[in-house]
Design a protein around this ligand. Structure first.
Ligand SMILES: Cc1cc2nc3c(=O)[nH]c(=O)nc-3n(C[C@H](O)[C@H](O)[C@H](O)COP(=O)(O)OP(=O)(O)OC[C@H]3O[C@@H](n4cnc5c(N)ncnc54)[C@H](O)[C@@H]3O)c2cc1C
Length: 402
């Protein structure tokens, strides 16, 4: 453990902490402290979808900053970014909204168009069953990556830029003196620092108490790998279907990764990493009804984050040095929608909070003071709507399996 005072300590070696460390390391003395191993929590389990133009449509500047990074970082170490079009299916009746959305995001610099159902059939032959759909929003600027490799490559790059990356070091408290951050207490002793960046996922809340209260609670995504009924063409698109709340993407080995179904959890420590039987059963019918290659698909494995992902009352992150906390405490948590795909913009936001530089997008939408409440009792908001799988039903499923 480094004995001298650091400019910045970053807490958490998920994708957010590793990206923030990389963005700061070239001109700051930075220590990254991870309780367990890098990408060992939500970050290593992510689906790797990079669809910023759709997922962060409410914040186009933030989305643009994030999307621009991946092609640039491709080829660093073992990291690969696979560029691929993504297709957001649009139900009948929603085409007016979709055309307007395409126009708005194209103005913001995104490569996106609304494609009607018959043109979609020509563009992706024998791919979709489009009964009940007006067409799709088709996005360029999208692709996928392996989230574990991406996170570890960010950390390696940060180390190459001079950061100390410490794993197996749990931060047990923030060190606050005269209302300002003085460092952290950890299982390896005190590390003094001028700034602390808390990027500890849903555990950011417990770590910041009693110095600062964050409205952040844990939840889970469900994901699975399916072996398609027939081979995938090399242009096979990624996409999502809002009517069933599922997304999908091809894998390099020819299988299809599917996911969705967020579920709020109250006791994240007690979970295993498999998905419930009910999710498997629904996967067997929902997407095969829409994606022809999934007719007759076989279930390979299910996955979820071992302890939980973090959400906020509006599902957007808190990226802030909150006035109500100790001076020098920067928070980067609540990456419900996509902490992997947004990590370059999150890291730029963290850097700007530490250095005072302007980020290339407004930070106000990510400030803590946009919320009235600070507790965890806020209603859970779902993006990939999950109406039937509840926490209680998952527990019952797991109990049956034991
Ligand atoms: C199944 C699934 C699919 C997903 N799909 C996508 C996707 O396609 N695209 C996308 O962009 N996002 C996706 N996500 C979301 C994404 O994984 C998260 O938004 C992202 O990983 C959050 O990163 P994080 O660094 O904030 O948190 P985490 O990855 O949870 O990292 C937090 C880290 O902090 C450490 N920590 C906690 N407390 C302490 C402490 N006191 N001291 C030291 N270390 C501590 C933990 O050990 C952990 O390693 C998905 C998530 C799941 C689970």
């Amino acid at each position: 453990m480094c004995a001298e005072r650091r400019d910045v300590v970053v807490v958490g070696g998920g994708v957010v902490g590793c990206a923030a460390t990389r963005w700061l390391a070239a001109d700051h003395d930075v220590s990254l402290l991870e309780a367990d191993r890098l990408a060992g929590d939500a970050s290593g389990k992510a689906s790797g979808m990079v669809t910023n133009g759709a997922s962060f449509r409410a914040h186009p500047g933030f989305a643009r900053t994030a999307a621009d990074f991946f092609p640039e970082f491709d080829g660093t170490g073992s990291f690969e970014f696979t560029e691929r079009e993504s297709v957001g299916l649009v139900p009948e009746g929603d085409d007016g909204w979709a055309r307007e959305e395409a126009r708005r995001m194209a103005e913001a610099g995104f490569d996106v168009e609304f494609v009607d159902a018959s043109t979609l059939e020509d563009r992706y032959p024998d791919t979709f069953v489009l009964e009940g759909y007006a067409g799709a929003l088709v996005y360029g600027d999208s692709g996928w990556l392996d989230p574990y490799t991406y996170t570890v490559t960010l950390a390696d790059d940060a180390a190459d830029r001079g950061a100390d990356v410490g794993t197996g070091v749990r931060v047990t408290d923030l060190l606050v003196e005269d209302g300002a951050i003085a460092g952290v207490e950890s299982t390896e002793g005190v590390v003094r620092a001028d700034r602390v960046v808390v990027a500890a996922g849903w555990r950011s809340r417990e770590l910041c108490l009693p110095h600062l209260e964050l409205p952040v609670r844990p939840f889970r995504w469900q994901a699975a790998t399916l072996e398609p009924g027939r081979g995938l063409p090399d242009w096979y698109p990624m996409g999502w279907d809002p009517t069933v709340g599922r997304y999908w993407r091809p894998e390099h080995n020819g299988s299809i990764h599917v996911g969705g179904g967020e579920v709020p959890v109250n006791d994240p420590g007690s979970r295993r990493s498999g998905v419930p039987e009910e999710f498997r059963l629904r996967l067997a019918t929902e997407l095969p009804d829409r994606l022809r290659h999934l007719e007759g698909a076989a279930f390979v494995r299910g996955d979820t984050c071992p302890t939980g992902d973090a959400t906020t009352p509006d599902t957007y992150p808190i990226l802030d040095e909150p006035a109500e906390g100790p001076e020098g405490l920067v928070v980067a948590t609540g990456l419900h929608i996509g902490g992997v795909m947004s990590s370059p913009a999150v890291a730029e936001a963290v850097r700007s909070l530490v250095t005072g530089e302007s980020p290339g997008f407004p930070l106000d939408p990510f400030r803590l003071d946009r919320f009235d409440e600070r507790g965890t009792e806020f209603p859970f908001v779902s993006h990939m709507a999950e109406t039937e799988i509840t926490e209680a039903r998952i527990e019952a499923d797991h109990a049956r399996a034991d």
